[in-house]
Write a protein that binds this ligand. Structure first.
Ligand SMILES: *Cc1c(COP(=O)(O)O)cnc(C)c1O
Length: 439
């Protein structure tokens, strides 16, 4: 391809992507659709500037307006999450975690976190898996004992494990709550005092559930006593891709330095503006949104279970978050099912489930799929639409109907859901491709 052909091709591919998503059911639990307002921030000149440091103490000139936006962003984050301190400069959830690891641990120290099949994130992982905590920060990783039945961390076994580690000279310095497969709140209030008594720093990784916490519909980690909370700004929070850190005031100076110069130089100012806009939207509409997301996730879980699907967490009503996890191994492996659903314009992820590694399963072919109700809820869908979505999934996975038929029906269904809800006025269609140049 010539340069101009490549150039043209890129626009063509981006437009095809927009058309595909406009015609699809987006169920990836770690994604959301930002408002047109957030998208406007992303194309602004903020994205071309530097502002190293803290507002008012910048290393760069030209920050007059950038500083004011960043101050508003941090104020909104403190207000939305009822936090003493907020820093919105982390360029992603992983960078937010890096800032916490590097600010409050030393290489060789031990962190206790959730393993990946039990819902942990690769940024909490061991060196041998190139997990960020082990690979970049040299932490030794131990895992929380986990109950598959309850789909959460086991409190008594965790206390015992921490005492055993202390007795073996491997005292954990950091406790990391939160995860990527996250159906039920973690037992933070049950464990914080014990962990603090044993001199641990406690972070809660709210990457997935931040929007639910913001809406007051999930646990409140800071209220329950953690020292800091990290998050992504684009999962159940509906901002641009990025990260945010919250903490008690007494950790503010360490976190500020840990972000800059420790872990960022440019902190993607267009995304800071986008985070500020998203947080303002959350302050106004976040409660209603979070409530509906959880209702939708429950309804989708119940509808799938009604078709015979094995939905995890049955004992506890399947979910208290935006996510549901389904063991699909009686039909096929999660990887194959993900592909069949994708061909039908239903976009979700395969998922390692608790027990998969022991059973010799691999992340390419795990036993599960993970479904998020976050993006479809932003498009205005409610419980009745969840019943329809469950039926589409059943037609693909159980009936093994021709994916072309289902794709046609999904496209027809999706026509009614092209506008975002929970937004201030003046929005374009959710998946509208915004053209700035003539190609
Ligand atoms: C997604 C996720 C992250 C990483 O966030 P990015 O913004 O993609 O860097 C960190 N922790 C958890 C638990 C996650 O699910």
């Amino acid at each position: 391809m010539s340069a101009k052909e490549s150039y043209n091709k890129i626009f063509e591919l981006m437009k095809s992507h927009h058309d595909w998503f406009a015609n699809s059911i987006p169920l990836i639990a770690s994604e959301n659709i930002p408002s047109t307002a957030v998208r406007e921030a992303i194309v602004s000149d903020f994205g071309n500037r530097y502002a190293e440091g803290w507002p008012g103490e910048r290393v760069y000139a030209g920050c007059t307006f950038i500083d004011q936006v960043e101050i508003i962003c941090n104020e909104l984050a403190r207000k939305v999450f009822n936090a003493e301190f907020a820093d919105c400069r982390a360029t992603s959830g992983v960078v937010a975690n890096l800032a916490i690891y590097s600010g409050f641990t030393l290489p060789g120290e031990t962190m206790i976190a959730t393993s990946i099949p039990n819902g942990g994130h690769i940024s909490h992982g061991k060196k041998e898996h190139f997990g960020t905590a082990g690979h970049v920060c040299g932490l030794n990783i131990e895992f929380f004992p986990f109950s598959k039945e309850e789909m959460t961390i086991d409190v008594d076994l965790t206390k015992k494990k921490i005492l055993d580690l202390i007795n073996n000279g491997k005292s954990p310095k950091m406790g990391m709550f939160g995860g990527s497969l996250f159906l039920f709140p973690h037992p933070v209030k049950e464990l914080v005092d014990f962990m603090h008594d044993h001199k641990m720093f406690i972070n809660y990784d709210g990457a997935h559930v931040a929007g639910l916490i913001a809406g007051g519909e999930f646990q409140d980690p800071l209220g329950e006593g953690v020292d800091s909370m990290t998050m992504s700004s684009h999962k159940t929070l509906w901002g641009p891709q990025g990260g945010i850190i919250l903490s008690l005031e007494r950790y503010a100076e360490t976190i500020k330095k840990s972000i800059f110069p420790g872990n960022t130089s440019s902190h993607h100012l267009h995304h800071v503006a986008g985070k500020a806009i998203a947080l303002a939207e959350v302050l106004e509409f976040g409660k209603d949104y979070a409530k509906q997301v959880i209702k939708n996730a429950k309804k989708l879980a119940e509808s799938l279970a009604g078709y015979g699907f094995t939905v995890l967490g049955e004992k506890r009503g399947y979910t208290q978050s935006h996510q549901i996890a389904v063991d699909v191994s009686k039909y096929n492996d999660g990887g194959t099912i993900e592909k069949d659903l994708e061909k039908s314009n239903i976009i979700l992820n395969r998922q390692l489930l608790p027990g998969d590694i022991q059973a010799g399963r691999h992340y390419m072919h795990p036993s599960g799929i993970r479904i998020g109700a976050n993006e479809v809820t932003r498009l205005g869908m409610k419980e009745s639409e969840m019943i329809e979505i469950a039926n589409f999934i059943k037609r693909v996975v159980i009936d093994k109907e021709d994916t072309n038929n289902i794709k046609r029906d999904v496209t027809e269904f999706k026509k009614q859901y092209q506008k975002l809800k929970y937004v201030f006025d003046g929005q374009l269609e959710a998946y509208k491709y915004i053209s700035l140049v003539q190609v």
